[in-house]
Design a protein around this ligand. Structure first.
Ligand code: UD1
Ligand code: CA
Length: 449
């Protein structure tokens, strides 16, 4: 890639009233990541990792959402919303540092691909002063139209300022732009507000640059990439598009899905080759699955690591800090949180394993519960390699069950068990011969009276 320096300006000052939300619009997530962070990530991947976010409200939260993807992110407040041209100028101090390239992106246009931003920057490197990211649509109503002549862009006309003839143009402004950083302030300062809406339109820099004898061009991207989100219906549409792309990318990389349209990924899900995902699997952020694993139907995973050849589900829940080693199994109706499950260990049915370390090849019987919480503090349960925990046992932490130890079913254990010991944590069974029949007869004769 180019060695040219680049500042990305993310416009995020919109009110977002149509979201009907207490949360600022740009913090609504797609694939578990706020929209504005998707945009920051794409900009950073296109070499624009110096990021200026222009915000109206929620400056700190918006900046914090962007920071993981751009260490140098800074925010600027646009107090009055006077148009996209005015918004970009809120970041004047950043622009004035003198970058080669400026990328102007919108926080509510989260699906833009790094490749499209790189293509726009390449056109700047080739000498254009402004590069406009456009798209074609059979239904251009509402969008600014791109007016071209001889391969160059001559103007962008907002819908309400278009003539009847111009309204027929199907090449539209996606809103995003790349601008020559060396003259950006000069162009932006020349923008006025003499238009139907009385706003400072960023799009006016097209004609301003041309008047200065500079070249302006458009670059075309698929409509999806410039889909703007204004309400929750569009948010769900963007999510669907994102998921569709992700599934395709995963399958092409060697992950099998029996019913792909039912699997939901997070922005950072990592899955190894030959892993199979059954229907209805949901990935919240922070999940890494190795090769050859199988995630059975209707499992929910978050912040978890699953080793090679491991099996999860059906109906399993892996919560943050679950670490399943190779060939381990966590079966139906089990919840695992902040716990290591050793190689080849099995937690097959109806268990809660939290704050625990389970050794290799241990067998955790159905219904085993680690009692990790006393209402105030959390405690650790350790289960040794090859240990056998009988069904329906409650292990009251802190506790250690030794390697090779054997715990009787239905035990409630409050003390540690040494290696290879057998522990009964329940009352001994009492069986009284004939007393069952006698009891039934007594009850029956009482009922006759
Ligand atoms: C803009 C384009 C239009 C294009 C469309 C694509 C302009 C003048 N128009 O119109 O040509 O077809 O996008 O979706 O650029 N914002 C601020 N502060 C402001 C104004 C806007 O931060 O004062 C932000 C908004 O939050 C949003 C972005 O800039 O993220 C675009 O603004 P919006 O009002 O949605 O522009 P459109 O009218 O859609
Ligand atoms: Ca818009």
């Amino acid at each position: 890639m180019t060695t040219r320096s680049c500042l990305s300006i993310i416009l995020a000052a919109g009110e977002g009233t149509r979201m009907k939300s207490a949360l600022p619009k740009v913090l609504h997530p797609i694939a578990g990541l706020p929209m504005v962070a998707h945009v920051a990530r794409a900009a950073a991947a296109a070499g624009g990792g110096d990021i200026a976010v222009v915000v109206g409200r929620g400056a700190e939260t918006v900046e914090a959402a962007v920071r993981p993807f751009a260490a140098k992110a800074e925010s600027f407040v646009q107090a009055e919303r006077l148009g996209t041209g005015h918004a970009v100028l809120a970041a004047r101090d950043a622009i004035a540092r003198g970058y080669d390239d400026l990328l102007v992106v919108f926080a509510d246009t989260p699906l833009v691909a790094p490749a499209s931003l790189i293509a726009a920057r390449e056109k700047l490197a080739d000498g254009a002063a402004v590069v406009v990211i456009g798209f074609r649509t059979p239904n251009p109503t509402g969008y600014g139209r791109l007016i071209e002549k001889g391969g160059e862009l001559t103007a962008i006309r907002e819908e309400r300022d278009c003539s009847a003839e111009e309204k027929k143009i199907d090449f539209c402004n996606g809103g995003l732009m790349a601008v020559d950083g060396k003259i950006a302030l000069e162009l932006l300062d020349a923008v006025g507000n003499a238009n139907a809406k009385g706003e400072y339109y960023l799009t006016d820099i097209v004609e301003i640059a041309r008047a200065k004898g500079r070249k302006v061009v458009a670059t075309e991207v698929p409509f999806e990439q410039v889909l703007g989100i204004n309400n929750r219906v569009e948010l769900a549409e963007a999510e669907a598009i994102w998921q569709k792309h992700k599934r395709r990318e995963m399958m092409l990389a060697g992950v099998s899905m029996i019913q792909p349209e039912t699997v939901v990924f997070a922005y950072d899900t990592v899955i190894g080759q030959d892993t199979v995902l059954e229907p209805g699997v949901f990935f919240a952020p922070g999940v890494t699955i190795a090769a050859n694993a199988r995630i059975r139907a209707y499992s929910h995973l978050e912040g978890a690591t699953v080793g090679p050849n491991a099996e999860v589900g059906p109906f399993a829940r892996l919560r943050p800090g679950a670490e399943l080693s190779e060939k381990s199994k966590v079966g139906n109706f089990c919840e695992v949180k902040k716990a290591k499950v050793g190689a080849g260990a099995k937690v097959n049915h109806l268990s809660y394993i939290g704050d625990a370390v389970i050794g290799a090849k241990a067998n955790i019987g159905a219904g085993t519960i680690t009692c990790n919480y006393d209402g105030f503090n959390k405690f650790i349960t350790e289960i040794g390699a090859g240990a056998f925990i009988g069904s329906n046992s409650a292990l009251v932490a802190p506790i250690r069950i030794g390697d090779g130890a054997y715990v009787a079913s239905g035990s409630v254990l409050t003390e540690s068990v040494p290696d290879d010991a057998l522990a009964f944590g329940r009352a001994r069974q009492k069986t009284l011969p004939e007393r069952g029949r006698q009891l039934r007869e007594r009850l029956a004769s009482a009922a006759k009276k």
